[in-house]
Design a protein around this ligand. Structure first.
Ligand SMILES: Nc1ncnc2c1ncn2[C@@H]1O[C@H](COP(=O)(O)OP(=O)(O)OP(=O)(O)O)[C@@H](O)[C@H]1O
Length: 353
C-alpha cells in the first residue's frame, strides 16, 4: 500500500526543530511535500541561522520516511537564505547590469506559473519536443529548485560531463537538457536560496554548452521569487509563457506571475490553460469538470495571446512519469496535436520578431 501525505505529516510532527523545540510542522518549515506512489519528496526551508543544525535533522527525516511501509525512495532537500544576502532589487530607477547574451542561443523562453503543480514542467517538456518537431534546435533548462522534474520527465538520469570548462547537456528525445537536479545531487545536503540559487541559474545558462540552439526553454520554479527576477534582469529573454489551470486560485497566481514579467519588461508570449477539461480514458468523452475557459478569459483581460488549452488525461500523466513525454510517446494523439498547435503559434511569434 502506498504511503499517504497525512502519514508523512504525522511523522514530521514527531520530529523537533533543534533550536525552538517545536515540531517541524508547527515550525512551518516543510515545503513542497509531494507523495507520488512510493516516491516522497519534500523541502525543509529554514532560517540561515538554523541551517547547520538542521543538516542532521534532514538526514533523520529522510531515514524516518524511508523506513515507512510503501516508500520506495525519498528526497529531502534543505534550503536556507544566506545571511546578509541582499534581496533582488526591483525598485524603479535601479540600474541593473546589462543582460548577458547566452552564447549561441537565439531565443530564451521562460515557462512560469504563479502556482505550483499546474503542469508547468509537463508543458515545458512537451512544448520543447513539439518545437523540435517543427525543425528547431531546442534545449530545456530546469531551474525548478523546489522540484526539478525534467530528469524524470525526459527519462534522463545521465550525469553531465565537462568539456573545455563547460558542462555538456544531456541529450534526450532530440533536445538538450540541463537540470538543477543534476547539480543538487553533488551537494544536496543544503541548498542556499536567494542569490546563491540565482547564481546557479546563471551558471546553468552560461557554463553549459548549449550552442547552437534556436530556442532554450527555461522551466522556472513556481511563483515570483529570486530565480525568476534574476533571470529576467540578467538575461535577455525573448518572452515568457504562463501556465495555469482554469481554477480561480490558480488564475489569481497566474496574474501575479504575468505582473512580475510586465514589471521586469519581459514580453509575455502567451498563456496556456492546462487541465482545462477531462478526457475520459474509457469513452473519450471530454468533460468540463474544472470549468474550462478561465485561462482564455484571463488572457483576454490581460491583453496577452491565448496559446491553447490542454486536457487532463491519464496518459499525459503516465507518459510523463515513464520518461517519454506524450509528444514522443503518442505523437498522433489529441494531446500531442494540441502541443503542436501551441508550438506552431510560438514559432510564428518568434519568426515575426
Ligand atoms: N494535462 C495533464 N493531465 C494529466 N496529468 C497532468 C497534466 N499536466 C500535468 N499533469 C501531472 O500533474 C503533476 C504536476 O505536473 P508538473 O510537475 O508538470 O507541474 P508543475 O507546475 O511543474 O509542478 P511544480 O510546481 O511541482 O514544479 C504531474 O504528476 C504531471 O504528470
Amino acid at each position: 500500500m502506498s504511503v499517504t501525505t497525512a502519514e508523512i505529516k504525522a511523522l514530521l510532527a514527531g520530529i523537533n526543530h533543534p533550536r525552538t523545540g517545536q515540531d517541524l510542522i508547527a515550525e512551518d518549515v516543510v515545503r513542497a511535500l509531494k507523495v507520488d506512489g512510493g516516491h516522497v519528496q519534500l523541502v525543509l526551508d529554514v532560517l540561515a541561522q538554523d541551517a547547520q543544525a538542521m543538516l542532521p535533522v534532514r538526514d533523520q527525516v529522510e531515514a524516518a520516511i524511508a523506513a515507512l511501509d510503501g516508500v520506495e525512495n525519498v528526497s529531502v532537500l534543505l534550503t536556507a537564505e544566506r545571511k546578509g544576502d541582499a534581496p533582488p532589487d526591483l525598485s524603479a530607477g535601479r540600474t541593473p547590469p546589462p543582460p548577458e547574451q547566452v552564447d549561441g542561443v537565439k531565443h530564451i523562453i521562460a515557462v512560469g506559473s504563479g502556482k505550483g503543480g499546474v503542469g508547468k514542467s509537463t508543458v515545458s517538456a512537451n512544448l520543447a519536443l513539439a518545437l523540435a518537431d517543427l525543425g528547431l534546435k531546442v534545449g530545456i533548462l530546469d531551474a525548478d529548485i523546489y522540484g526539478p522534474s525534467q530528469p524524470k520527465l525526459m527519462g534522463s538520469n545521465g550525469r553531465p560531463v565537462a568539456m573545455n570548462e563547460r558542462l555538456i547537456p544531456i541529450a534526450a528525445h532530440g533536445v538538450k537538457v540541463m537540470s538543477v537536479g543534476f547539480l543538487m545531487e553533488e551537494n544536496r545536503a543544503l541548498v542556499w536560496r536567494g542569490p546563491i540559487l540565482a547564481g546557479a541559474l546563471q551558471q546553468m545558462l552560461h557554463d553549459v554548452a548549449w550552442a547552437p540552439l534556436d530556442v532554450l526553454i527555461v522551466d522556472l520554479p513556481p511563483g515570483t521569487g529570486d530565480v525568476q527576477i534574476t533571470l529576467t534582469q540578467k538575461t535577455p529573454i525573448t518572452g515568457a509563457v504562463i501556465v495555469t489551470t482554469p481554477q480561480d486560485v490558480a488564475l489569481i497566481d497566474a496574474r501575479r506571475a504575468i505582473d512580475m514579467f510586465h514589471q521586469t519588461e519581459t514580453p509575455v508570449l502567451g498563456l496556456v490553460e492546462n487541465m482545462s477539461t477531462h478526457i475520459c480514458t474509457s469513452c473519450g468523452n471530454e468533460d468540463d469538470v474544472f470549468g474550462h475557459g478561465g485561462g482564455e478569459a484571463e488572457a483576454k483581460v490581460q491583453g496577452i495571446p491565448f496559446l491553447g488549452a490542454l486536457p487532463l488525461t491519464r496518459v499525459l500523466r503516465e507518459t510523463s512519469d515513464s520518461g517519454t513525454p506524450i509528444v514522443r510517446a503518442m505523437p498522433d494523439g489529441p494531446e500531442a496535436l494540441r502541443f503542436a498547435e501551441i508550438a506552431q503559434k510560438l514559432k510564428d511569434q518568434l519568426a515575426a520578431l
